[in-house]
Ligand binder design. Structure first.
Ligand SMILES: [Zn+2]
Length: 320
């Protein structure tokens, strides 16, 4: 396993940092962005069908996060390896960080893992992800612009045979529900989606690691957003849901007034904002360079998430 992540040119980059210099208030995090498994792990013994399924990643979450990054001028950090290699929303001591079973599926490559192999997964995935996130947060704090942490996830419509009616979950840690409360308020009069608090799961299911480690314990506003993945299967829908979320996030932050780290200066509901946004494409990412770094990493043709930032945002469609 120590070979995992090593390519001919050295260790693979396991964190995608998109729009790192984005000046908006929000910092986006996508721990389950990718279903990539390093070749040295032999697909963890799983079929391609299972590796394309929700057990390996959060389908649709990355394109939504990328669209949100664009809409909010937000930096986005995404993990480039499958959560079956290591689930970056779990601490190293959690059994589920390297799951031997996911939903009802045994993961052969994770069964009876030797301690040193488990430590190698931590070193490969968790440590660099945590460090990159911490560095991004610290940079903003040093600029006196403490970020608002928003993690983007998707969930399967059917889990263990049970249909889930909830469409968007707004999740929070028990110790800090400020932003979740404000988002739920902002969505309360909107009947488009079935939006619920701490659904389809919550803190007791162990999903609060990132929010607690990086948000709650540092006093940063934070929220975890879960989107049912059948709603974000196609590009148009991903953009549409991202715009809906961006509007609710902006409304929530605006309504929080003094609790916000800084007055929102990057609302994109006006012409100046739209200009800003168009200019953004050239900030971190030259037009000549592919923006969807995640696909670069996949050498097995299993690229299911390919998003070009140039295509993600339609300025005239913002509903802010
Ligand atoms: Zn997730």
């Amino acid at each position: 396993m120590t070979e995992a992540g090593q390519g001919a040119s050295g260790p693979a980059r396991v964190v995608d940092e998109i729009n790192l210099s984005g000046a908006g208030d929000v910092l986006l995090i996508c721990e389950h962005a990718s279903n990539h498994i390093p070749p040295a792990l032999f697909n963890l013994g799983l079929t391609d069908d299972l590796l394309r399924s929700h057990i390996a990643w959060d389908p649709g979450a990355l394109p939504v996060a990328v669209a949100l990054s664009k809409a909010l001028d937000a930096p986005l950090l995404a993990h480039r390896l499958s959560r079956l290699v290591y689930d970056c929303n779990r601490p190293p001591e959690a059994e589920s960080a390297v799951p031997a079973i996911s939903e009802i599926h045994p993961i052969p490559g994770n069964a009876n893992l030797a301690p040193e192999d488990r430590e190698a997964r931590v070193a490969l995935c968790y440590t660099p992800f945590r460090n990159a996130l911490r560095a991004a947060i610290d940079r903003r704090i040093a600029m006196e612009r403490p970020p608002v942490l928003v993690t983007i996830h998707s969930f399967t419509p059917v889990y263990r045979g049970e249909r889930r009616d909830v469409e968007i979950g707004i999740l929070h840690h028990d110790a800090d529900s400020r932003l979740a409360d404000a988002m739920l308020d902002a969505a309360a009069s909107d009947t488009r989606f079935d939006v619920r608090r701490n659904a389809p799961y919550g803190q007791s299911d162990g999903v609060m690691h990132t929010l607690h480690e990086h948000g709650v314990s540092h006093g940063l506003l934070n929220v975890m957003i879960e989107i049912r993945n059948d709603l974000i299967a196609a590009t148009d829908a991903q953009i549409d849901v991202a715009q809906w979320l961006a509007a609710r996030l902006r409304a929530a932050l605006d309504n929080m007034g003094g609790e916000r780290p800084r007055a929102q200066e990057h609302g994109l509901s006006n012409a100046a904002g739209d200009q800003n946004l168009c200019a953004l494409g050239g900030r971190d990412q030259s037009p000549d360079r592919p923006h969807h770094h995640v696909s670069d990493f996949r050498d097995d043709g299993r690229a299911a998430v390919v998003v070009d930032l140039k295509d993600v945002f339609h300025a005239d469609a913002m509903d802010a």
